[in-house]
Ligand binder design. Structure first.
Ligand SMILES: Nc1ncnc2c1ncn2[C@@H]1O[C@H](COP(=O)(O)OP(=O)(O)O)[C@@H](O)[C@H]1O
Ligand SMILES: [Mg+2]
Length: 236
């Protein structure tokens, strides 16, 4: 079953087509990876899906065309995203940051306090609820942002290069956490990651984009063997 259908989506900045006529489907329950060189249009694609940019084309989520809706409307429908650089309220404690997510999310559908607790437990930040966000290390900042996202009770989670700047141990803990979110919470995940070693490990299917265009889509094995992917991305 398809949960997200991206159909001929583009985003222009003046002369530049940062995302160019891009189409792909995401299946319910899968971890779908997006990779490509710096400037390929990966973050811009997330910005269009989540309503930060208007874009053009169709984005069908749960049978509704959400393209052009405001970010909060898209969040209410069950899509949430994290950012490459953690976006937090730095003067507020962890719990208040997660509360913003719970408050912002799928309105009326859940008990806020319970969602906040569940999310904090899930990302293993129990005991750090009252730490001011500014005083957290990068790993904890990222997990706070993730907890805030989970507290919205999403169906689809978009992760933009979530492991950048982490140590090897933190990277492997983060990957385990994403797999747990996918399996135990039943969330569909779209993950952007430019390191092929990581993305091929976590994603069930993978799309490579270059200059805003799709150059290949398939299983990690198929994609890493693809001639164009080797030519423009992996180097061959
Ligand atoms: N708000 C913006 N205004 C103008 N150009 C932008 C804007 N956001 C991104 N771009 C450009 O669009 C292209 C794709 O950027 P981005 O989506 O951030 O790439 P990626 O995430 O794949 O590294 C880049 O050339 C970038 O400079
Ligand atoms: Mg980016």
């Amino acid at each position: 079953m398809t949960i997200l259908q991206v159909n001929k989506v583009s985003q222009r900045f003046g002369e530049l087509a940062a995302v160019n006529d891009l189409s792909f489907d995401v299946e319910k329950g899968e971890i779908f990876g997006i990779a490509g060189p710096n400037g390929a249009g990966k973050t811009t694609l997330f910005n269009v899906i989540t309503g930060f940019y208007q874009g053009s084309g169709d984005i069908i989520f749960d049978n509704v065309n959400i393209r052009g809706l405001r970010p909060h409307q898209i969040c209410h429908r069950g899509i949430v995203r994290t950012f490459q650089i953690p976006q937090l309220f730095l003067t507020l404690p962890v719990v208040e940051n997660v509360k913003v997510g719970a408050h912002f999310g799928v309105t009326g559908a859940h008990d806020e306090k319970e969602s906040i607790n569940e999310a904090i437990n899930f990302v293993e930040l129990k005991g750090k609820e009252n730490v001011i966000a500014a005083n957290l290390n990068l790993f904890d900042k990222k997990r706070t942002m993730l907890a805030a996202a989970l507290a919205t009770k999403p169906k689809l989670l978009l992760l933009d290069e979530p492991i950048g700047g982490l140590s090897p141990i933190e990277v492997s803990q983060t990957i385990t956490l994403f797999q747990k979110i996918n399996k135990e919470l039943g969330l569909t995940i779209l993950i952007i990651e430019h390191l092929m070693k990581v993305i091929t490990e976590i994603a069930q299917r993978l799309m490579i984009i270059h200059n805003g265009e799709k150059i290949c889509i398939g299983s990690p094995q198929e994609v890493t063997k693809d001639k164009r992917v080797i030519e423009v991305y992996l180097g061959g």
